[in-house]
Ligand binder design. Sequence first.
Ligand code: NAD
Length: 263
Amino acid sequence: PLIDLRGKKALVTGIANNRSIAWGIAQQLHAAGAEIGVAFLPMNDKVEAKVRTLTTPLEPSLFVPCDVTKPEEITGLADSIRDQWGGIDIFVHCLAFADRSDLEGNFSATKKAGFEKALDISAYSLIEMTGALRPLFNEGASVVTMSYIGSSRVVPNYNVMGVAKAALEASVRYLASELGPDGVRVNAVSAGPIRTLASSAIGGIQTMIKHVESSAPLRRTVTQIEVGNAASFLLSSAGSGITGQVLYVDGGYEIMGTPADMQ
Ligand code: NAD
């Protein structure tokens, strides 16, 4: 197979439930033969049990709590990987957060605390986690994070998260430049809108999905599995020449000047 991840150790962050994009990615990495590790946000026992039950079929060999706002949990995660895996081949950063109040209304009303929280969790965490994992990257290791077109175009209500995604995509380029000489690649996948827990916090997300369904070249939005397939490609040796890029997996929506539903 073109995408063969047998023998690769893959850490996946951001699985909250069966709608999570991270769940689509984890399933496709597992299907390609990767050994899966799960890092989850520890909220309560119920959430942990849910993520554990969901991921059990993938037989994760690592299951570690990690709230990215807590530096000691990031170093703890890196310690677990060093102790239990010895090294890592694949790091999937698939998490973001902004307060609901910052995902609607006037962008100019964004408060400093909300800005800092969104940028910290959604962008800085990629830098801090990649830094912590850096000494553990095996030969040919690869990192993928998740972005959205709101990074470079104005999308209604996306507001502070658009700024966070711009910072995330710029971070991808700086990390790619730094780690490239070691043979480590860093890329982003920019997905079309998908109904998930996180996206339900964005005002009018359903309207946005409808708009993409009528205006993208493929006349539909994408699935978590399609995002997982693209991420698997970038993370595999099939993507060995690609680093620092943002790959749109959005049914072609990004290329449109005048959307198809206006033509
Ligand atoms: P989701 O709610 O399933 O996943 C978000 C994850 O972030 C959750 O697992 C949550 O536990 C985690 N998280 C939040 N705060 C955290 C913290 N402090 N520490 C550790 N983890 C934390 O939603 P999703 O849509 O699958 O989001 C995954 C990624 O995909 C995000 O980066 C999101 O911006 C991006 N994305 C989503 C869409 C979409 O339409 N759903 C489109 C493009 C990009």
